[in-house]
Design a protein around this ligand. Structure first.
Ligand SMILES: Cc1cc2nc3c(=O)[nH]c(=O)nc-3n(C[C@H](O)[C@H](O)[C@H](O)COP(=O)(O)OP(=O)(O)OC[C@H]3O[C@@H](n4cnc5c(N)ncnc54)[C@H](O)[C@@H]3O)c2cc1C
Ligand code: SF4
Length: 491
């Protein structure tokens, strides 16, 4: 710890975003890192406390606190403060194979657990992580790590999101020959076709894939396991298989009028938009357009925010977002103490953009949808909503509509972003693989091994929809379990 009074000398100053009214005119990354000088001062705010809660990821009260990949945060903060950036990169890459993804899109549960936030604002850990890896790429420090020896053993990974990529990189480093199958035309899972390019530019994903190819990993896009190639064939041709297929079944809304035209799942909207952007910069017109439409986004999470950002860039006429939760408090409530993830009111980048264009935050809190209405052609024309309150009934919390709060909103485009219901199962319906009571792939207790010998699983497919950082950690741990399985068989 170089500067023992850093957290007193300097206030927190986190990443700046481009001016919202300007950035909505393009699809380029919105974050702008401060200068190295400012970042070094920010790094010096780390107290190197005796028990760094920031680097020890765990789940408290159902929420993540601390870094799930156990990044050695106080160590690289100190190295950055001292200007020893290359060593900071080496320290960071010990735990995180893809800091360029987390440094851009992680919600930073590490910062919620930062000890400095007990009395002051937390250290800007995520910004510093991104600055380290961006500098490392800029300086040419990130080079392919080609394994010295090959084991002659083969592993197939299904799915190329952060879990599949992390699993592939770890198994490859152990000397196994790894092939990643992906049904989409581009590699990256939700890093490519979920999180919009304003948060993670495609060249950031492609740059990492190129490195992984140079390290010896083979990627096969446009190949859906269960269609173009069967699970059985993969089992026969490989020593192990890892399912990193994500949680891709969208949760639907069973309310009157759901069948009308113009009501779409968020992922169909986001995927189509990104594909058209990357393929032709929208020249193919092969995407769902919000241009000139009144848009309603239903949902309050990351996916909903990404729909908001996208609809604004498509020049929608108006935008409303229904969030089922009430407005959160501006500081931690008594039942949400440090080091739990802070449940506080936040204005995310999408809402900031909506406010800059329409003059107000698009969210309607504590609001539920009652019914969709249509025009005479069966196209959606509006949504009826109502405010809700939470009441206790027989000790259980339930949501109740508040009478007299019903409203009707115009909408020619409605986007459903209310979560996911687990992985698709058709591909493994002929195997011993099963799902658990939350519809995720079931594993032998406390492991990544499915009920089919030699088949493992990791990421959202095992945990349900989660975060990039958890998917990376899952991929690493599943890879090591898979490696041990293969080595035991070799012995
Ligand atoms: C819109 C959106 C925004 C998000 N924003 C953030 C964020 O800002 N920060 C954050 O930390 N997390 C965010 N998340 C969550 C995060 O993206 C996921 O938790 C993470 O990507 C899960 O990784 P994964 O590898 O398990 O699955 P995925 O990334 O979903 O990858 C699974 C891959 O498997 C492929 N696949 C499925 N079935 C088959 C098959 N049969 N054959 C071949 N391939 C198959 C799919 O095509 C997909 O590419 C967001 C999620 C969404 C939906
Ligand atoms: S990966 Fe996420 S939780 Fe871990 S240090 Fe980076 S921002 Fe924090």
């Amino acid at each position: 710890m170089g500067n023992i009074t850093g957290f007193i000398d300097h206030q927190r100053s986190s990443v700046r975003y481009r001016n919202p009214i300007e950035r909505v005119k393009d699809w380029n990354e919105i974050a702008q890192l401060p200068s190295e000088d400012i970042l070094q001062k920010q790094a010096s705010r780390c107290m190197d406390c005796a028990v760094p809660f920031c680097q020890n990821g765990s789940v408290l009260a159902g929420m993540t606190t601390g870094c799930p990949i156990y990044n050695l945060i106080p160590e690289w903060n100190d190295l950055v403060y001292k200007g020893r950036w290359k060593e900071a990169y080496e320290r960071l890459s010990r735990t995180n194979p893809f800091p360029e993804f987390t440094g851009r899109a992680c919600p930073a549960p590490c910062e919620g657990g930062c000890v400095a936030s007990l009395a002051n604002d937390s250290v800007t850990i995520k910004n510093i992580e991104r600055a380290i890896i961006d500098k490392a790429f800029g300086e040419g420090w990130v080079q392919p790590q080609i394994p010295f020896q090959r084991t002659g053993k083969k592993v197939a990974i299904i799915g190329s999101g952060p879990a599949g990529l992390s699993c592939a990189t770890t198994l490859n480093q152990q000397g196994h020959t790894v092939t990643v199958y992906e049904r989409a035309d581009r590699i990256g899972g939700l890093l490519t076709y979920g999180i919009p390019k304003m948060k993670i530019e495609q060249q950031v994903v492609d740059r990492r894939i190129k490195l992984m190819q140079e390290e010896g990993i083979q990627f096969i896009p446009n190949t859906e396991v269960g269609k173009q190639i069967s699970m059985e064939q993969l089992r026969l041709e490989n020593d192990a298989v890892v399912l990193c297929i994500g949680s891709t079944r969208p949760r639907d809304m069973k309310i009157p009028g759901r069948e009308f035209e113009g009501i779409h799942f968020a992922m169909d909207y986001l995927h189509g938009n990104t594909k058209s952007l990357l393929d032709s910069h929208f020249a193919d017109e092969n995407f769902i357009s919000a241009e000139g439409k009144d848009v309603i986004v239903i949902g309050g999470g990351d996916t909903a925010t990404d729909c908001v950002s996208t609809a604004i860039r498509q020049n929608c006429n108006s935008l409303v977002q229904f969030d089922i939760y009430p407005v959160r408090p501006t500081s931690r409530a008594g039942h949400n103490p440090w080091p739990q993830y802070p449940i506080i009111h936040k204005v995310d980048t999408g809402q900031e953009e909506a406010a800059s264009v329409f003059g107000h935050d698009p969210r309607e809190f504590a609001t539920t949808s009652l019914e969709f209405v249509s025009d005479e052609n069966g196209n959606v024309a509006g949504v009826k909503s109502a405010e809700i309150k939470t009441v206790k009934e027989n000790g259980q919390k339930i949501r109740e509509v508040i009478p007299g709060t019903e409203k009707k909103w115009p909408a020619q485009l409605v986007l459903l972003a209310i979560g996911f219901e687990g992985p698709e199962t058709k591909m493994f319906s002929d195997t011993n693989i099963t799902v658990d009571n939350r519809s995720n792939i079931a594993v032998n207790k406390g492991t990544y091994h499915t009920h089919e010998e030699g088949v493992f699983t990791a990421g959202d497919a095992r945990t349900g929809a989660s975060l990039i950082v958890w998917a990376i950690q899952e991929g690493k741990e599943a890879a090591m379990e898979c490696h041990n399985f293969i080595m035991r068989k070799m012995a």
